[in-house]
Design a protein around this ligand. Structure first.
Ligand code: THU
Length: 137
């Protein structure tokens, strides 16, 4: 099994800030970008996409997870989420759950201090292992 790639947090933050400019946020005005590092060493990206039906809004992390699957990646190692001005944001509750599925408890998240594991943000999470074997394909 190959070793996990080293995380270049500066590169992830720059990529997240760049993609945040593509965020579609006419209602909140908050442009959000997310950049992640895959197990294979690739960068995956997402930006938020709002909707006139507010509840339909897609967070930046949704786009990132879609990009992950588009690439056929085996999983996420690290994620950085920022606003359009580069300010660091913590993923919302729903997105913590999405990221848990994609990266598991050891997924690293960028913060203004030192990076933290996802299980610090989402302790004792419900996940794939809580489902009966026949439920997972
Ligand atoms: N947003 C994200 O993209 N990710 C989060 O984790 C938190 C919130 C977006 C959704 C909405 O477009 C805007 O931020 C304000 O809530």
């Amino acid at each position: 099994m190959s070793a996990e790639p080293t995380v270049d947090w500066t590169a992830l933050r720059t990529a997240a800030t760049d993609v945040a400019q593509r965020g579609y946020a006419p209602y909140s005005g908050l442009h959000v970008g997310a950049a992640g590092l895959t197990i294979e060493g690739d960068i995956v990206l997402g930006c938020n996409v709002e909707n006139a039906s507010f509840g339909m809004t897609l967070c930046a992390e949704c786009g990132l997870v879609s990009d992950l699957h588009r690439r056929g990646s085996e999983g996420l190692v690290a994620v950085c989420v920022v606003a359009g001005n580069g300010e660091v944001l913590m993923p919302c509750g729903r997105c913590r759950q999405l990221l848990f599925e994609a990266g598991g408890p050891t997924l690293m998240l960028y913060t203004d201090e030192s990076p933290i594991r996802l299980d610090e943000l989402l302790p004792r999470a419900f996940g794939p292992r809580d489902l009966p074997p026949e439920a997972s394909a």
